[in-house]
Design a protein around this ligand. Structure first.
Ligand code: URA
Length: 281
């Protein structure tokens, strides 16, 4: 990236970091004057002005970048040293304001009111993953603020924690119309954002809420009862699937509530956090 001024270099680096999650691993920046052919055999040329202008960012002083078609794998960001709190806040904000809120990568963008990035403690030890925003979340831009959110707050409170202690996000950042389950291609398109949130925050435990998020994170099609209540792992992070609060509201039985509490207690025990009311309650 030599040959560019520091601001452009930094913008280019941020852009490349975001694209990496979508499968792009390197670019060769080509000054305007050198761009002669729209594409060559081993590369595809993408124009950068349009997306950058859409994001309200001045275009780079170049016409195009050449993207290698067969990108070499990169080391997992989990290999890198963990970020400090301030860096996490900045990176999450950059991703939210500069990418997610402007995202048009899948059809869900066309019916959304707001994107719902996720929120919580950037240093959270527990990261809850839901399915997708509902109506209240779409209107407010915040995750889990409707009835299911109120129950999630109660679940977190029952753990002796506050909402600010944890991080909450979804597998898709835009509301699926009529609250339908997100389609596979929508999940595949959107989840690189979630993965980057996880890479930035690096929680100690992930709690998936409901089947779609557990299925995505674990790469299975298993039913909830085959997944919940036992420890799994995602990239070395312990993962506990439990029922979605909306399901608990629909099936408000002693049995379902006891199952959720049992799952959440396992999380507390794993993290060495005292279980309110004792381990056996
Ligand atoms: N249900 C979800 O899965 N996520 C939300 O943010 C709200 C409801």
């Amino acid at each position: 990236m030599s040959g560019f001024d520091p601001i452009t270099r930094n913008r280019l680096r941020l852009w490349l970091r975001s694209e990496r999650a979508f499968g792009l691993h390197s670019v060769r920046a080509v000054p305007e004057a050198d761009v002669v052919a729209p594409a060559v055999a081993a590369t595809r040329v993408v124009r950068m002005e349009a997306p950058m202008a859409k994001r309200g960012i001045a275009p780079f002083p170049m016409a195009a970048v050449e993207l290698p078609l067969a990108a070499p794998p990169v080391a997992s960001p989990f290999d890198a040293p963990a970020l400090g709190r301030g860096q996490k806040v900045v990176q999450l904000k950059l991703m939210d304001d500069g990418e997610v809120s402007l995202c048009t990568r899948c059809r869900l963008h066309s019916t959304r009111t707001h994107t719902v990035f996720g929120e919580g403690n950037p240093e959270a030890r527990i990261f809850f993953i839901g399915e997708g925003p509902g109506e209240n979340e779409d209107l407010s831009g915040r995750p889990f603020v409707g009835r299911a959110g109120q129950l999630l707050d109660k679940m977190i409170g029952g753990m002796g924690l506050k909402r600010d202690d944890v991080y909450i996000a979804n597998i898709v950042k835009c509301r699926p119309p009529n609250n339908r389950v997100p389609a596979l291609d929508e999940v595949q398109t959107c989840t690189p954002y979630l993965v980057r949130q996880l890479e930035i925050i690096r929680p100690q435990v992930i709690v998936t809420l409901g089947r779609p998020s557990a299925n995505y994170m674990l790469g299975t099609k298993l039913a909830m009862n085959r997944m919940r209540g036992v420890w799994h792992a995602w990239r070395g992070i312990k993962l506990m699937p439990t029922f979605h609060p909306s399901y608990v509201l629909r099936s408000y039985t002693e049995e379902v509530r006891a199952a959720v509490w049992s799952d959440l207690k396992k999380v507390l025990v794993e993290l060495g956090i005292p279980v309110p009311g004792g381990r056996s309650s």
